[in-house]
Design a protein around this ligand. Structure first.
Ligand code: HEM
Length: 408
């Protein structure tokens, strides 16, 4: 027990050394126990693939509880009124809802965010990628995140939403500021900046919606305004939250998957060579990029019903349960030789895009974006190398690099 306590002590999401390489500690925790209590955050933590897989699908747990309980009933504090704009911007986010609201909203969003709409975007996506790769070539040495992945991913989602390209930087800045609210420990200064960004974003989107009502363009925001399901339509607040969740959820995770993944490829030149030689295609490789160095390290759930038991642990209503994706995605009970980075693994049934009712709406778009990028990099920069040792950004939940300097 003392050993386990010492190990849990090392699971410190604020410790830069832990963030730089969490996998040894995550691996030791997973092998020591499937579940543990984290004093620091007052949460139960699950470490193994099968239990995380079950939790994602378990209807006795949810991402939200306010459809069933008041904050006081679960012994939680009321949302801080200082961050009212932040709370409002996410009030109707799919990620903050449970059935029946989630079912209703997701059905409407799914009618618009279709595989067909994603496929139709492919020429645009290829165009953005090529344009950015050309400017990276001119630079010779470039930051794959700032010079390529960030402008690329935001251009893709803005083009799908129907946001003018001249506004993409605005949206990018708001998204960066807002997502900081989701880290486990944040300062009030950072929270205030997130709240300010959310307020500006809400105002911007209201204007955008008004414009689309006047001049529909068939793109996503316009379609969200128009979509109807058996007489049901989306309110303005629902559209504001939906566009933001698409931007936030879509942008950071895709950028970090590419950054973490290309870092992994540069650290494993044999695997990069398999891509360059055409032995493994980009579509297959991106699945391993997602699994091996997860861009989203943990997700949380509330226990909503009595009698929920996972990994032999009985939970009480109101308990908070954390799923450690980074630990689960390297569980030897599920993956052969899980610490090995193998671009040809071809396992698409990882949990990188979640599972159950909150399964990632944007998975087909993310896969397309990532595959187009990797295809472009491999074909055009076969001699790509690291120009410096990359460092991870000091956040754990959204795990990604500060920058990734490479030379082509
Ligand atoms: C590599 C990139 C991505 C990764 C790793 C990723 C991962 C995830 C995961 C794990 C969830 C489930 C969260 C949970 O169960 O608590 C999720 C949900 C979601 N993702 Fe993604 N995502 C990515 C890209 C995208 C993109 C490009 C979009 C949209 C443009 C998007 C939109 C969403 C939305 C709206 C949800 C919420 C769905 C719901 O609650 O019903 N994601 N994503």
């Amino acid at each position: 027990m003392a050993d386990l306590d010492a190990l849990i002590e090392r699971f410190d999401v604020d410790d830069l050394a832990f963030i730089a390489d969490p996998y040894p500690v995550l691996g030791e925790l997973r092998e020591a126990t499937p579940v543990f209590w984290n004093e620091r955050s007052n949460q139960w933590v699950l470490t193994r693939f099968a239990d995380v897989h079950e939790t994602l699908r378990h209807r006795g747990l949810g991402r939200a509880y306010t459809h069933l309980f008041t904050h006081a009933e679960l012994g939680r504090s009321e949302p801080d009124p200082r961050w009212a704009d932040f709370h409002q911007h996410e009030a109707w986010s799919l990620l903050c809802l449970e059935p029946p609201d989630h079912t209703r909203l997701r059905r409407l969003v799914a009618k618009v965010f279709t595989p067909r709409a994603v496929a139709a975007l492919r020429p645009d996506i290829e165009g953005y990628s090529q344009e950015l790769l050309d400017s990276c070539r001119r630079l010779g040495t470039f930051d794959l995140l700032a010079d390529y992945a960030q402008p690329y991913s935001v251009a893709v989602i803005c083009s799908m939403l129907g946001v003018p390209r001249s506004d993409t930087q605005l949206l990018l800045d708001w998204s960066h500021a807002i997502v900081k609210m989701y880290e486990l420990s944040t300062t009030d200064e950072v929270r205030a900046a997130a709240n300010r960004a959310a307020g500006e974003y809400i105002e911007y989107t209201r204007d955008l919606i008004a414009g689309k009502r006047r001049n529909p363009d068939g793109l996503l925001v316009s379609e969200l305004v128009r979509v109807e399901d058996e007489g049901d339509t989306l309110t303005e607040d629902e559209i504001v939250s939906t566009t933001m969740v698409l931007l936030e959820a879509g942008h950071e995770a895709t950028v970090n998957t590419l950054g973490n993944g290309v870092r992994a490829l540069m650290k494993h030149p044999g695997e990069w060579a398999r891509l360059v030689a055409g032995e493994v295609d980009a579509r297959t490789a991106i699945e391993e990029l997602l699994r091996w160095d997860a861009p989203l390290q943990l997700f949380e759930r509330w226990v909503l019903e009595p009698g929920v038991e996972i990994a032999g642990q009985k939970f009480e209503v109101g308990d908070e349960v954390v799923m450690l994706f980074g630990a689960a995605e390297r569980d030897p009970r599920r993956f052969d030789d899980p610490d090995r980075f193998d671009v040809g693994r071809g396992d698409t049934a990882h949990i990188g895009f979640g599972g159950g009712i909150h399964f990632c709406v944007g998975a087909p778009l993310a896969r397309q974006e990532l595959a187009v990028s990797l295809e472009g990099l491999v074909a055009q920069f076969p001699d790509l190398t690291l120009a410096e040792e990359p460092a991870y950004h000091p956040t754990f939940v959204i795990r990604g690099l500060e920058r990734l300097l490479v030379s082509c």
